[in-house]
Design a binder for this molecule. Structure first.
Ligand SMILES: [Zn+2]
Length: 683
């Protein structure tokens, strides 16, 4: 027989574990009746042994008394609301502001999360216990709703972490719970709630906690506002919160580029119907706290976050045909050709089906009626098929075995999806480098505004030029003559002249535009600028040996091995080299101005090689050293002033340091130098 204290402890543990399984993992292992029996037993023990009851006991979730009045709580950090974006252009604008706000050369990574639609709350844990909860209020001061939040069974009363932390979250009601709640309300002759948000928002401020408990409230935490020194990024904090047993949405995506952000938003839009709660948008945040600090706030909003609102509108239309497009890198993408339909103020006649896996999952067939929606007014998406109107003779779509543009047999491989837990998806591509579809797409890409910005050269004209064998690659654009273009269909001499003029004017674009226009995988606008700043000219880039190229790319902040490999692979390829050589000979592209060189600072004149395992990211250390005027060496060589040796520094590096008379220092010693301090002379 266990003692009452032992049984009490076991019951508390079991009940909280069940709450966690039920409300956080959505994976209950006990029936409601079994759970109630445990609660009853716990109450009986506490009635007989009052000394066993504590504020953290599950029986104490409801204090049983109405709040006498609403106490005000001042938020430790102001609860800002987020700026909203409704279009891709506004998202681009946000990304540009982030880029401009960060130091030269710095790039941001982002987290993208579902925007939760309920009542915002702030919750404080101290010493491992839930000590306070408050409403948002006016952002500065909210109302104390600790008693009510304690009734939410998914919110743990205790967590393993002992330090003080402040969390932000949303109290909400899941769709299925709202149905149950409304059925009960109707039975009692009460008005049903119009939406989960109203039901949740009203409940958190109710004065009687017993009444609050009758609403099936949930809470999902999405931000750590106090205690973030525990982590370096928002994403880490989210994962840590989940590890603490706190309910979180567990749907964050980490995105290194703007394209990935757009895709992650679209992914949430596609999936949100299957979420247990309503989502009307996606929240995009700069991931690194340090960058958030640099960006700061406007008077109203944080500059490092934005809420993207989805367009609610949907439309139903007929799939006339499924065609397969071949992109710049040879990837085959199925596209649904639709009966034109109005959606969000524009006429939609095509929707990307992404890949064969998505088509198979949706089972979209020619002749189907489908529901389409714009993924946040960005890309029209097929959401689902209306099964009631399917023709019996329709057949599932099959990806072609040969490239529709050139007839080459396609190759398939698995690639990782946007979210690792979803596993891989099939990517099918045409391996033919001179595939006309790929050539056209690559040339069109080169002309785009973010690359060489060539006006008057649309995709239709590019297609004519390639089909007419006047252009085989982007360099051929520069040798086109007025007559050649004027002879094309629907082309007068006047418009032909503007085409030539635009092409010739693009010779004056700086190297970064040219590098971007080459379409090297993984190398977008920002990365292209960094590469261009390293090289200065196309000539230099071509003159570098592979190891020199690697060294220069390695010196760029934020350049990981994948990006370096991608550039090296591109530049080492003979066909690509020939193209770059051709462009160089044609005098395309102006030299890139060097990145601003720091000429003042405590470390001007010093060079550092940083190695081993350190307390923060190496590129962040590099950036900080550079900002103070230092030069970074990828390896220890003649003239390297300091070798910063972290844990597990290799012997070769230490030997090189000895050979070149480089002083080996620790990370704290480096921090001293960064702060402008000096190190003791070597004994
Ligand atoms: Zn092809």
């Amino acid at each position: 027989m266990p003692s009452p204290a032992e049984r009490h402890a076991a019951l508390v543990h079991e009940i909280e574990a069940q709450n966690y399984r039920y409300y956080v993992l959505d994976d209950a292992t006990l029936s409601d009746a079994e759970f109630d029996a445990l609660m009853r037993e716990l109450r009986e023990i506490e009635a007989k042994h009052p000394e066993l009851s504590s504020p953290d006991s599950p029986t104490q979730r409801v204090a049983g008394e109405a709040r006498p009045f609403a106490t005000k709580v001042k938020h430790a950090v102001r609860m800002f609301s987020l700026d909203n974006a409704y279009s891709l252009d506004e998202m681009k604008e946000f990304a540009r502001r982030v880029d401009d706000g960060l130091p030269n050369g710095a790039t941001a990574t982002f987290t993208v999360e579902p925007k939760l639609d309920g009542a915002s709350v702030e919750v404080v844990y101290d010493g491992g216990a839930l000590v306070q909860a408050s409403t948002r209020g006016d952002g500065e001061i909210g109302e104390d709703i600790t008693v009510n939040v304690r009734t939410i069974r998914g919110v743990p009363l205790t967590i393993p972490h002992r330090g003080k932390i402040t969390l932000r979250g949303e109290v909400l009601i899941f769709r299925k719970d709202l149905e149950t709640l409304n059925t009960a309300r109707l039975a009692e002759g009460l008005e049903p709630f119009a939406n989960p948000r109203n039901a949740a928002a009203g409940a958190v401020r109710m004065l009687d906690a017993r009444e609050v408990r009758r609403r099936p409230l949930r809470a999902l935490f999405y931000q750590l506002v106090e205690g973030p020194t525990l982590h370096k990024t928002h994403g880490e904090s989210l994962r840590w919160m989940a590890d603490q047993g706190l309910p979180t949405h567990r749907r964050e995506a980490s995105c290194a580029t703007f394209d990935e952000v757009v895709q992650a938003i679209a992914a949430i839009d596609r999936a949100r119907e299957s979420y247990p709660y309503e989502t009307d948008g996606a929240v995009v945040k700069v991931d690194a706290y340090r960058q958030q600090d640099i960006l700061g706030f406007t008077s109203k909003f944080p500059k490092w976050a934005i809420a993207f609102k989805f367009a609610a509108e949907r439309a139903r239309t007929l799939v006339r045909e499924i065609i397969v497009q071949v992109g710049r890198t040879g990837t085959l993408t199925p596209v649904a050709v639709l009966d034109p339909v109005e959606l969000g103020g524009t006429t939609v006649s095509r929707a990307s089906l992404h890949n064969a896996d998505l088509i198979a999952a949706l089972d979209v067939r020619v002749g189907d009626y489908v529901f389409i929606q714009k993924a946040g007014e960005i890309i029209p998406q097929v959401i689902n098929v209306d099964p009631s109107e399917r023709h019996q003779e329709s057949a599932p779509f099959v990806m072609p075995e040969r490239c529709p543009a050139c007839g080459t047999r396609v190759i398939s491989r698995l690639r990782e999806t946007e979210r690792p837990e979803l596993g891989t998806e099939a990517a099918v591509r045409c391996p033919n480098r001179v595939c006309p579809a790929q050539v056209k797409a690559a040339i069109f890409y080169f002309t785009r505004r973010f690359a060489m910005d060539i006006d008057h050269l649309g995709i239709a004209l590019v297609e004519q030029l390639v089909d007419g064998a006047m252009v085989k690659d982007v360099a051929d654009l520069y040798t086109l003559t007025l007559e050649q273009i004027a002879d094309l269909e629907r082309m007068g001499t006047k418009s032909a002249a503007s085409v030539i003029e635009s092409i010739q004017a693009s010779r004056e674009r700086t190297l970064d535009r040219l590098v971007c226009g080459l379409g090297i995988p993984q190398i977008g606008q920002v990365a292209a600028r960094q590469v261009a700043e390293q090289a200065g000219t196309l000539e230099t880039m071509l003159a570098w040996s592979e190891s020199e190229l690697r060294e220069h790319l390695g010196a760029i902040r934020g350049f990981g091995p994948k990006m370096i490999d991608s550039v090296v692979q591109y530049v080492s390829d003979p066909a690509n080299r020939a193209l770059m050589e051709k462009l160089r000979a044609l005098g395309v592209g102006r030299p890139q101005p060097r990145a601003e060189v720091v000429t003042e600072g405590p470390l001007v004149g010093a060079s550092f090689c940083v190695t081993g395992v350190l307390s923060r990211k190496r590129e962040d250390i590099h950036a900080e050293l550079r900002a103070k005027g230092a030069v970074i060496h990828e390896s220890v060589k003649k003239g390297t002033t300091y070798l910063v040796a972290g844990d597990k520094t290799g012997k070769t590096k230490l030997d090189q340091a000895k050979k070149h008379g480089t002083r080996v220092i620790t990370e704290p010693e480096m921090e001293t130098l960064i702060k402008g301090g000096t190190l003791p002379a070597i004994a």
